[in-house]
Write a protein that binds this ligand. Structure first.
Ligand code: NAP
Length: 303
């Protein structure tokens, strides 16, 4: 059974994409929305984002069957505390945060008796943020990880059905495992991109003009990722510290091994390593997880 009233708290890329995907799916739910700044609320009203844009989070959640917290991870606890007394008994609260342990610790204690909290994480995004960044297709064929945390089974299944209607596949995951997986596939790669762009900027022998003019595919991809929202990514590293540090440690070890192979002229090691990573890329394309990539069609044809 789908929800009758949905409240989106935070109106950025993730929430706005959810709204457009709900409308595309023909859901009849009335969607209320709230963002902390008047500027974002005005933009939302101008572009028709949400059926009703409210001037307070309390008003937005009042009659909602589903409340989605779509603010940076570091703000989840404060928002949950503010809305808690206004939640409708029997409703479901979910979040879309990129880190789950810290969000569960921050939000969980504020959830009143009789309300289900079902943490979730749609594994989809772009480097853009804000209310105008969203689009209906963002979740198509992407994963939404669900981390059930003491919620009723019925409430969890209902949220899973909701995400599938938005185009996503769903999978349940245990909280620590979620944070480790995301450190590998998302968090540390972002840190590496931020670092690489920072390094290029530091290289004063390469002028800014040259960095921009000769920007090859590899570096260009890094700059796109490194343009991601600083608040969101600061919060991700502050709250997923252990998993991020563990993966960074492993990354550094591998980097040193490759560095030694380059210094000693060990071509076999380099060749074998790059052959293995190429296979991983093939696997991602075959799983349909990068359908916009120019090599996606080629791989599909060869199958
Ligand atoms: P976004 O586009 O930057 O939007 C964030 C929203 O949260 C805005 O409406 C903003 O309000 C509001 N907000 C920011 N700081 C706040 C605070 N301290 N208190 C209350 N509201 C605040 O962000 P997003 O990309 O949609 O990300 C939202 C959540 O989804 C984050 O938890 C993130 O970890 C998660 N997520 C992001 C991605 C991604 O790739 N972007 C992917 C998966 C999950 P104003 O506009 O009024 O400032």
């Amino acid at each position: 059974m789908s929800y009758q009233r949905v409240a989106l708290i935070g109106l950025g890329l993730i929430a706005s994409s959810m709204f457009w995907a709900m409308k595309r799916a023909g859901m009849e739910a009335h969607v209320t929305g709230y963002a902390r700044s008047a500027e974002t609320r005005d933009t939302a009203r101008r572009i028709g984002l949400c059926d009703t844009v409210c001037d307070s989070a309390e008003e937005a959640v009042k009659d909602a069957d589903l409340v989605v917290l779509a603010v940076p991870v570091g703000a989840m606890g404060r928002v949950a505390e503010a809305i808690a007394p206004h939640l409708k008994p029997g409703c479901t609260v979910t979040d879309v945060g990129s880190v789950k342990k810290a969000v569960i610790e921050a939000v969980g204690p504020h959830i009143p008796e009789g309300v289900d909290f079902v943490p979730a994480h749609p594994m989809a995004g772009t480097e853009h943020s804000g209310p105008e960044a969203g689009f209906a297709q963002l979740y198509d064929n992407r994963w939404c990880l669900i981390v059930p945390h003491g919620a009723r089974e019925e409430a969890t299944e209902r949220l899973e059905a909701f995400w599938r209607a938005l185009g996503a596949n769903t999978e349940r995951m245990e909280v620590e495992h979620h944070d480790l997986v995301c450190a590998v596939v998302s968090h540390v790669p972002h840190l590496i991109a931020y670092t690489m762009v920072g390094v290029a900027d530091d290289l004063r022998r390469v002028s800014d003009q040259e960095v921009i003019k000769f920007s090859a595919a590899g570096f260009r991809d890094f700059t796109r990722i490194a343009a991601s929202d600083p608040t969101m990514w600061r919060d991700v590293f502050l709250t997923n510290k252990d998993a991020a540090l563990e993966i960074l440690g492993r990354f550094t070890e591998e980097l040193f091994a490759l560095q030694r192979a380059i210094r000693t002229g060990d071509g076999d090691t380099l060749f074998d390593y790059f052959t293995h990573t190429r296979e991983i890329r093939r696997g991602i394309l075959q799983a349909g997880q990068d359908t916009d990539a120019p090599d996606f069609g080629r791989i599909k044809k060869a199958e």
